[in-house]
Design a protein around this ligand. Structure first.
Ligand code: PGA
Length: 252
């Protein structure tokens, strides 16, 4: 049975007061999801300590939205995977399209971050996805293949046994334009098939999330697709009732 996951990506939102109210609501509102399903929030670095103290005795996990590819050293402004460990993070998102596009992270750098996260015992949530232009030019599969290959070349396909992949079409992120369940399933299937061609068992066990304008109203139909194992949630993860409803939608 594949593990299912709903992870919130708060991005650069929140403050101590708002976070506290949101987390209180999540702690009371998210039911026990069972052995094969969990939920998590990926928060800005400065809030990790307070999130840890709020969530440590609950079923909700937490993580960061980025991590340095370096272990330590003169890298002003960077945060290492072992620092994230100090706050008992479970997850680190790597290769979010906003990191790739706004901060110039190449697939090679993303692969190095993925390795750094895993070496510290964190589970990387590796984001892949195409822009609208790439989709219109019919190169979606090529783009995703390149993004995944950078990781499997550096870390090996077996590394995916301890990772999560998130398919996030860039044109669906924060736009309110969700991929249809069929569109998403098509790419999720492509991702799983590509990995199956290297290792069928790893592919069968890999949790592949969909991200891009997932809402309380469309989560269930997305999560019902054969190769969609949950979601990476941006905007809706900031609204307690919406995020709770999305978490409940992975139970079935
Ligand atoms: P969104 O963001 O849910 O606001 O579209 C998803 C993401 O960027 O991970």
């Amino acid at each position: 049975m594949r593990k299912r996951l709903v992870a919130g990506n708060w991005k650069m939102h929140g403050n101590l007061q708002e976070n506290s109210a949101l987390l209180n609501a999540l702690v009371t509102g998210i039911p026990v999801l069972g052995n094969d399903a969990s939920c998590a929030v990926c928060v800005p670095y400065p809030y990790l300590a307070s999130v840890q103290s709020k969530l440590q005795d609950t079923d909700i996990k937490w993580g960061a939205q980025n991590v340095s590819q370096y272990e330590k050293g003169a890298y002003t402004g960077e945060v290492s995977a072992s620092m994230l460990n100090d706050f008992n993070c479970t997850y680190a998102i790597v290769g979010h399209s906003e990191r790739r596009m706004l901060f110039g992270e190449s697939s090679q750098v993303v692969a190095e971050k993925y390795v750094a996260a895993q070496q510290a015992g964190l589970v990387p949530i590796l984001c892949v996805g195409e822009t609208l232009e790439q989709r219109d030019s019919d190169i979606t599969e090529q783009v995703i293949d390149e993004q995944l290959k950078a990781v499997t070349t550096l870390a090996g396909v077996n590394s995916l046994a301890k990772a999560v992949v998130a398919y996030e079409p860039v044109w669906a992120i924060g736009t309110g334009k969700t991929a249809t369940p069929q569109q998403a399933q098509e790419i999720h299937h492509f991702i799983r098939q590509g990995i199956a061609s290297q290792d069928a068992e790893i592919a069968a066990g890999l949790t592949v999330l969909y991200g891009g304008s997932v809402k309380a109203s469309n989560a269930a139909e997305l999560f019902a697709m054969a190769d969609i194992d949950g979601g990476l949630i941006g905007g809706a993860s900031l609204i307690a009732d919406d995020f709770i409803a999305i978490c409940k939608a992975i139970r079935s």
